[in-house]
Write a protein that binds this ligand. Structure first.
Ligand code: APR
Ligand code: PHB
Length: 386
């Protein structure tokens, strides 16, 4: 078998890449370890930057997103007994975010790929990368796929990054001393906009998916086990951290999903080796506080699509050679913003009273200075693509 681009992983990065390449007349095969059902149900984040929405709409996969996605023009920062709105419409006019679950994006992309006759294979076993330097090929389940280029879109735990010989890649990492416990609940959101709550008991986030489904997160110890978090404990903790302003009451409901996510920042440099190009979580991870993970994956794939189009249509390798450099500026901006949001809002056991006062002063500044609030808003809605 032969294809132009062998893509490992059917997450947002791999699926969108396959679709964008198809629109440019470039062939690809997507190899995914899990079942279609599994990837379509896997609950992840749900905040799309303006540029992500525009990319999906321009690629013809934004129909349901435009119908069902929830446009948001602000978020609330809640601390010290008060809520403070960051008004995007005023600070970054014309730019907003859309709340739409990542697995919905995945469903839409899979449907579009299959409708266009795309080759997406699920439950593929033992994908391995061979000779990435030159004449690359993939093997899986006893088959061989020859490719001009390989795209490693297989997430943080995939095979692509470890296929690069030792010593080539440099990694940068920051682990946080806490995790997020995330839940989905069958209950109408108790707020119209997302609430990021800083609390002495730990951070809490009120998000949502639809007018009937809410999403919440709690800062928990790094080794937390969902078994220690029965539903009543989760609701009690969410109430303790969110019912801190007059007149706000949290409506509870049936919890339909629970999971613990570690919090880390991670970057690989460069994001390429020979004819292997890494995109999305395979190359970098951000703590979810800034909601940047999916958006960064989309940004990488846009850059890679342009570079591959120049390569396959004009034989020019300049953009491919500069792929990593072109992506890393945005990757590091997102790393910084995610670290900044995380330190602004979480409690750190290592913090002393002085540190806690600094954090509150920082929050007061962000919520009272238009310049400081604009920094948050501009990064949150996403910087424009170059
Ligand atoms: N072979 C084939 N597929 C693999 C392998 C493998 N060895 N290892 C992992 N995969 C698949 C995973 O099952 C998953 O479906 O690769 C896919 C990677 O998808 P994601 O983890 O969703 O990563 P990405 O597409 O880069 O999207 C980034 O996902 O993790 C979130 O917060 C992150 O929102 C961000 C987004
Ligand atoms: C989510 O809705 O899943 C979500 C929202 C905002 C974040 C992270 C996750 O910062």
């Amino acid at each position: 078998m032969r294809t132009q681009v062998g893509i490992i992983g059917a997450g947002p990065a791999g699926l969108l890449l396959s679709h964008l390449l198809h629109l440019r007349g470039i062939s690809s095969v997507v190899l995914e370890k899990r079942s279609r059902d599994y990837v379509e149900r896997r609950v992840r984040a749900g905040v799309l930057e303006q540029g992500t929405v525009d990319t999906l709409v321009e690629a013809g996969v934004g129909g349901r997103l435009l119908r069902e996605g929830l446009p948001h023009h602000g978020i609330e920062l809640r601390y010290g007994g008060a809520g403070h709105r960051i008004p995007f419409e005023k600070l970054v006019p014309g730019r907003a975010i859309t709340v739409y679950g990542q697995q919905e994006v995945v469903k839409d992309l899979i449907a579009a790929r299959l409708e266009a006759g795309g080759d997406v294979r699920f439950e593929v076993e033992d994908v391995a990368i061979h000779s990435p330097e030159d004449r690359p090929y993939l093997t899986f389940g006893g088959e061989r796929l020859d490719c001009d280029v390989i795209a490693g879109c297989d997430g943080f735990h995939g095979v692509s990054r470890p296929s690069v010989p030792p010593g080539v890649l440099r990694t940068y990492e920051r682990d946080y001393p806490f995790a997020w416990l995330g839940i989905l609940a069958r209950v109408a959101p108790s707020s119209e906009e997302l609430i990021y709550a800083r609390n002495e008991r730990g951070f809490a986030l009120h998000s949502m998916r639809t007018p009937e489904i809410s999403r919440f997160y709690l800062q928990v110890p790094p080794d937390a086990d969902v078994a220690e978090w029965p539903d009543e404990r989760i609701w009690a903790e969410l109430k303790a951290r969110l019912e801190t302003v007059p007149g706000f009451a949290l409506t509870t409901g049936e919890i339909i999903e629970k999971g613990v996510t570690p919090m880390r920042g991670f970057v690989t440099e460069p994001m390429q080796y020979g004819r292997l190009y890494l995109a999305g979580d395979a190359a970098h991870i951000v703590p979810p506080t800034g909601a940047k993970g999916l958006n960064l994956a989309v940004a990488d794939v846009r850059v890679l699509t342009e570079a591959l189009a120049a390569f396959f249509h004009d034989g020019s390798t300049g953009l491919l050679d500069g792929y990593s450099e072109a992506c890393l500026k945005r990757v590091w901006r997102a790393q910084h913003f995610s670290w900044w949001m995380t330190t602004l809002l979480h409690t750190f056991d290592s913090d002393d009273d002085y540190g806690r006062r600094l954090q509150l002063s920082h929050l007061d500044y962000v919520t009272s200075s238009e310049v400081a609030a604009t920094t948050l808003a501009e990064n949150y809605v996403g910087l424009p693509f170059p």
